[in-house]
Design a protein around this ligand. Structure first.
Ligand SMILES: [Zn+2]
Length: 580
């Protein structure tokens, strides 16, 4: 179960609670194989701060040494790991060895017996080359096996693998059908061959089709995605979990991973990395190691590169600069850039629903695909709400009314081409800003308001009624108008509403506390970052910023849906909170 705390693009930072464990996502499940451990598990925890491990129950079950021990001691004790442990079912091993030597029920039972926290049913590995008939049959069997596992073991944390091969209509069907079975993780399977062949455009289609059809409360695992070069793109496209055997597999073939691709250790004259390993040695020193030492050394560097990228991504989400990071990372390979542009152009609806309407960071021009980013698409659409006068040109938006020069994203973008804006009167800024933000005609009731302008910056600060009631504040960071309760009254139907039906919850909200998702009944079409009115029994009780969109408010059972701006509710003449 997820609780969303930060978001950007279609990516999100969540607290993920699974069994008795809670970890942050996006995250990576580090693959461990007790037969081959280039990095000891104690080090994964201490040195790399790994949060979650994944191991293959099929391999353990077949191992003479570990099969019985895992049952007797439990997997956690056997591995020396007290965090969450995810187990895979051996789908890939049975597929690659062309034999099915364990029944689907048996492998579920075995995972349960060894104490796995997250259990994977035996799904049918579907290849990109499988034809429609084969992919359909494999999907039907996969669905039947998830269902049977759900029914026979209702108390386990179950993975819902999503197959369907390269057929997007099957991926859509799989997403809808698997979601009905209410698994604890959605695992998008069969994508490793696409990544191995650098078919990132096809990968984008699969991921974005699934994301468009999956509910918000459950994490999405891009099964087998372990190269740090794809993490940023896949996070921005909605994935929450990755897993990596790559750090060790790459090390076995002398490969050194970076966010911009893979190098052969033997080709490197110096290390383009400052991890504790790379900063101490030169490639020629590592080449003198024994094979075992070299493998362990490379696996460790690869883990450093992996975890560094995860932290970079989470930081970018918190700062709302994830698209900038993805645009930078996409320059590592033309196919990544093609995938990014294709995703933005082909799934605009998904990004409009998930990407916040305002951001903490400036929108940076990062190449031609910037024009297809959701912020730009939305801005162009919303410009249709306002009269186009006193225009100035700013790319990639085109012609923008000068009255909107301080409003997000026009005033908060660093682009390659921009003209100087023209002078406008404060009343024009009021009416244009409100129409732009809330819809055509929203600004009209505010035309008679007294406008308070900052003497220092010349920007609008607050609006007051003739009776000296505060109508709202303009947030300095993005020029958005944050209405007071009186302002909400004037906005009428132009501000979207969220009902809180529970009387106790409504009382807390009216005192300035956040609206929790489980108590929210939103109207349709609310977008993250939008100002919304909270109503109870037909009365507006609070105003705040939506952290979730309407569908997410309905689907999520934990966490905040609306951050309420408390101070507005108290003394109306008081200083108004302008943050958040
Ligand atoms: Zn390094």
């Amino acid at each position: 179960m997820l609780e969303l705390t930060d978001r950007d693009a279609a990516g999100r930072i969540c607290k993920w609670t699974v069994g008795k464990h809670t970890i942050a996502t996006p995250n990576i499940c580090i693959v461990v194989n007790p037969n081959r451990m280039p990095v000891p598990i104690a080090d994964l925890k201490k040195e790399f701060k790994a949060d979650i491990l994944i191991t293959n129950s099929y391999i353990i079950r077949r191992s003479k040494e570990f099969s019985e021990r895992a049952v007797k001691e439990g997997l956690h004790k056997m591995l020396g790991w007290d965090g969450p442990l995810y187990t895979d079912s051996g789908t890939y091993q049975m597929f690659s060895q062309g034999k099915a030597d364990v029944a689907p029920e048996e492998i579920i039972e075995y995972q349960k017996k060894i104490g796995s926290d997250i259990i994977t049913p035996l799904d049918m590995f579907t290849l990109p080359v499988d034809d429609l008939k084969t992919a359909k049959a494999k999907l039907a069997l996969t669905l039947a096996r998830i269902k049977s596992a759900r029914v026979s073991q209702p108390d386990i944390n179950l993975v819902g693998p999503i197959q369907g091969g390269r057929f997007l209509e099957l991926r859509k069907k799989a997403s809808i059908e698997v979601a009905k079975l209410n698994p604890d993780v959605f695992a998008i399977g069969g994508i490793v061959p696409l990544m191995m062949q650098y078919r990132f455009r096809d990968l984008a289609d699969v991921i974005l089709t699934c994301k468009s059809n999956l509910p918000a409360q459950t994490p999405i695992h891009a099964f087998g995605a372990g190269h740090p070069m794809v993490f940023a793109l896949l996070t921005a496209f909605g994935c929450d979990l990755f897993d990596s055997a790559m750090y060790s597999l790459a090390a076995e073939r002398g490969a050194y991973l970076t966010v911009s691709g893979t190098h052969q250790l033997s080709d490197l004259k110096e290390f383009p990395c400052s991890c504790p390993l790379c900063s101490r040695l030169e490639p020629k020193d590592v080449l003198k190691f024994t094979e075992k030492e070299r493998l362990a050394w490379l696996a460790r560097h690869n883990l450093y590169a992996t975890f560094e990228e995860l932290r970079t991504i989470r930081t970018a989400i918190r700062e709302n600069s994830l698209w900038e990071l993805v645009q930078e990372r996409a320059r590592a390979h033309p196919n990544l850039l093609i995938a990014l542009e294709h995703g933005l152009k082909t799934y605009p609806k998904l990004f409009q629903e998930l990407d916040s309407v305002s951001k903490k960071s400036a929108l940076m021009w990062g190449g031609a695909e910037t024009a297809f980013r959701p912020e730009v698409v939305r801005a162009k659409e919303q410009l249709k709400r306002v009269p186009l006068k006193k225009l100035f040109r700013k790319e990639p938006f085109g012609k923008v009314p000068s009255a909107l020069k301080s409003v997000y994203p026009f005033g908060q973008s660093l682009t390659n081409r921009s003209e100087k804006s023209k002078k406008v009167k404060p009343a024009e800024v009021v009416s244009m800003s409100l129409d732009y933000q809330y819809g055509k005609g929203a600004g009209k009731p505010f035309l008679k308001a007294d406008v308070e302008v900052s003497r220092k910056t010349g920007r609008l600060r607050r609006l007051w009624s003739k009776k000296k009631e505060l109508l709202g504040t303009f947030r300095p960071s993005d020029g958005f108008f944050l209405p007071s309760l009186e302002g909400v009254r004037l906005l009428k139907a132009n501000i979207k509403k969220v009902a809180v039906k529970d009387p106790d919850a409504a009382k807390f909200v009216s005192e300035g506390r956040a609206v929790f998702a489980k108590f929210s009944s939103p109207e349709k079409g609310i977008l993250p970052g939008e100002e919304v009115a909270v109503v109870h029994g037909g009365k507006t009780i609070a105003v705040g910023k939506a952290l979730l969109n309407s569908a997410e408010m309905r689907q999520m059972k934990r966490g905040v849906a609306i951050e309420v701006r408390a101070k507005i509710l108290g003394d109306k003449d008081d200083e108004v909170e302008t943050g958040s």
